[in-house]
Design a protein around this ligand. Sequence first.
Ligand SMILES: [Zn+2]
Length: 213
Amino acid sequence: MAACHRLAAEGLLIGTAGNVSIREGDRVAVTATGAVLGELTADQVVEVDLDGNQVGGSLVPTSEVYLHLSLYQKYDVAAVVHTHAPVSTAASISIGEIPVVHYQQLLLGGTIRVAPYATFGSPELATRVVAALEGRAAALMANHGSIAIGASLDKAVENALLLEWLCTVYRDALAMGRPATLTRKQQEDVVAAAIARSYGSVQEAGQEKGESE
Ligand SMILES: [Zn+2]
């Protein structure tokens, strides 16, 4: 619930659009269809097994439940966040992909793909989104919105927020001129530097491994 409230507070969720799920073993807790995620309550969370059979909760699961289950079947992740965040959605309508334009983007796996359009809730959409997420933590869904996955719910939320930030930066960069992209070598150097510094993990000063900048 806290995750949904945070996404809404950050402006990623508008009304009933978007859905979130968490997997624990062979059970998936997913938001109910029609729920206003920014005001989500415990009874608006539905539990299903990996085949989509409802095992908990009285409401109907999100229409994108098939998409969430397809992702859990293919990838070893613990959470899925799908939004209609405004800039991500605009990007999904207007561009074919986001090349690597910022080193932080590598946290999402590199180039951001756009899964070709298919009707919401359809198996075709699920198949296309699963493909777009190969080796990635986030992707866009053409003329629809964004999708993010993660090893935890916090991580998936963070990835959805990072994608929305990236789409905003890329939009502004396009407006200013021709965005430069990072070369393969520059990307490899970022990965090497991140591994050396354990980028993204909070380190206390004086910690054995830690070097404070
Ligand atoms: Zn949607």
